[in-house]
Ligand binder design. Structure first.
Ligand code: ZN
Length: 171
């Protein structure tokens, strides 16, 4: 199979704002996308990636915070507890950090790439990344959490990213 390097979609690309489709029957094609997503995540030194970030509007995410790779299909938060606030970055909003308030613990139900159902209990950074990636599946980005002051701070940077995405589309 030829090696395809997946480009990460950047703010301004409409696919990032779409609600991702639920996956019905998990096929080889989904497994291939998940593998490519994992590769793209590692290539960019990320700790999580959602399918819309590689232009696929599907409910697929990959996460690896250094404790092993999770490839999840149709992930859903079924319970959450507590609160934490971490300064987050996103491969789709390069160069921007936003402090995001999230649950400290989450329980996520999903399927693995072999259609097995699983429930993951996650806390701290792992819980944060899962919530971040599941947000992507709803079309939500870290910039949506920016406080008024954060918005002023990152406004120019976001305008530049959007212009760059628009310009790339015209090429
Ligand atoms: Zn992200």
């Amino acid at each position: 199979m030829p090696e395809i390097k997946l480009k990460i979609k950047v703010l301004g690309d409409s696919v990032l704002r779409k609600k991702a489709k639920l996956v019905g029957r998990i096929t080889d094609e989904h497994r291939r996308v998940l593998s490519q997503m994992a590769k793209a995540m590692y290539d960019h030194s990320g700790i999580g990636l959602a399918a819309p970030q590689v232009g696929q509007s599907l409910q697929l995410i990959v996460v690896d915070i250094g404790e092993g790779l999770y490839k999840l299909v149709n992930p859903k938060i079924v319970k959450s507890r507590g609160c934490q606030s971490i300064s987050e970055g996103c491969l789709s909003v390069p160069g921007v950090c936003v402090k995001v308030k999230r649950a400290k613990q989450v329980w996520v139900q999903a399927q693995d790439e072999n259609s097995r159902f699983l429930e993951i209990a996650a806390k701290d950074l792992f819980a944060c990344v899962l919530q971040h990636e599941i947000d992507h599946l709803k079309g939500k980005l870290i910039v949506d959490y920016a406080s008024f002051l954060d918005k002023l701070r990152i406004k120019r940077k976001l305008a530049l990213l959007r212009d760059k995405t628009k310009a790339a589309k015209l090429l």
